[in-house]
Ligand binder design. Structure first.
Ligand code: SF4
Ligand code: SF4
Length: 319
């Protein structure tokens, strides 16, 4: 597999790392998992909670996933240890922050322990419609502009990983969350085979094989990243590009999934969609499309995907 697009933002060595064993001895272990609807945040937290429970820890888990299928914020707190009183992690107390989306990861950084917190973040960008306030096609988006190198200044240990791309290369984009579980697994003391057993309970049976592969990929990637401490340079294409640079929009329409409901046609702010003679949606005026993603978020049949291809990526960051 070509892993050239995966990137490590930074790795600080020689520091105290939170482990399940440490949780046994003292405070609860606090793991915060964040992302947007549809990415599988809840599955990640369920797998972790179930594994911790199977090891005899007291586990508390709380989650918010009101917009789970429409691109809204989803987060889950998982706490485990000898005794856990509260289900929520206070600000500045998370041992590990796992983010399935780049901007969501940055939004929750204040929850990490400043001295020892580990940040594991997919560089996947899901740009919300309100980021397209300027309706000129290709205009700058209001999306976070920080690069992994900049984020490095604010975390004790951080990894920016192109988990979505890695999962796509395995043939199942939805396994990106499991790539991140693989990465997360390296920060806790549970044996890999126990992680795999826990994971297998929470993914569809027919996808167990690909998910296990994704898990091993994420785990291997972090271990490799640690050996590159101090010498690795992040490939420029792996860094979430600054949205100041402008972008071009590409709509991917899965025709066989379109049920001709007309919702996207009616609600596209730019009126650039239409139903063709077969009553299947098509992009009639591509030059007007701003990439706001409303059509993608509103389609009940997931028939539209909006890709924002950044024209000029920012330069790479050094680990
Ligand atoms: S919202 Fe989805 S199903 Fe409805 S017309 Fe648009 S693409 Fe087709
Ligand atoms: S086609 Fe979709 S992404 Fe483009 S402007 Fe319309 S709703 Fe937004």
């Amino acid at each position: 597999m070509n892993r050239s697009n995966a990137s490590s933002s930074s790795v600080e060595s020689g520091q105290l790392r939170p482990t399940a064993a440490a949780a046994k001895a003292r405070e609860p272990m606090n793991v915060l998992i964040v992302g947007v609807g549809g990415q599988g945040v809840i599955m990640v937290s369920k797998a972790l909670a179930s594994l911790a429970q199977s090891k005899g820890f007291e586990v508390k888990q709380s989650e918010v996933h009101g917009m789970a299928k429409r691109g809204g914020t989803v987060f889950s707190h998982v706490r485990f240890g000898p005794q856990v009183w509260s289900p929520t992690i206070p600000k500045g107390e998370a041992d590990i922050l796992v983010a399935l989306e780049w901007a969501e990861g940055l939004r929750w950084l204040s929850y990490l322990k400043p001295d020892t917190g580990i940040f594991i973040c997919d560089t996947k960008r899901i740009v919300p419609p309100f980021a397209c306030l300027n309706r000129r096609p290709g205009a700058p988006l209001r999306y976070s502009r920080e690069t992994p190198a900049e984020v490095k200044q604010h975390v004790a240990e951080g990894y920016a990983i192109d988990a979505t791309q890695m999962a796509e290369e395995l043939g199942n984009e939805r396994a990106a969350n499991v790539v991140l579980i693989g990465a997360l697994s390296t920060a806790l003391d549970f044996p890999p085979e126990d992680w795999e057993k826990a994971l297998s309970q929470f993914v569809p049976k027919k996808t167990i094989a690909v998910n296990l592969e994704a898990f091993r990929l994420g785990r291997g990637w972090i271990n490799e990243a640690r050996t590159r401490v101090g010498v690795a340079t992040v490939p420029a294409e792996a860094v979430p590009a600054s949205m100041e640079a402008g972008y071009s929009v590409r709509l991917e329409i899965t025709q066989q999934w379109c049920k001709s409901c007309d919702i996207c046609v009616k609600l596209c702010p730019e009126r650039c969609l239409r139903l063709n003679e077969e009553r299947v949606v098509e992009l009639a005026q591509p030059e007007k499309c701003t990439g706001c993603r409303l059509c993608e978020l509103l389609c009940p049949d997931f028939a539209i995907r909006v890709h924002l291809d950044t024209a000029v990526p920012t330069q790479g960051a050094q680990a």
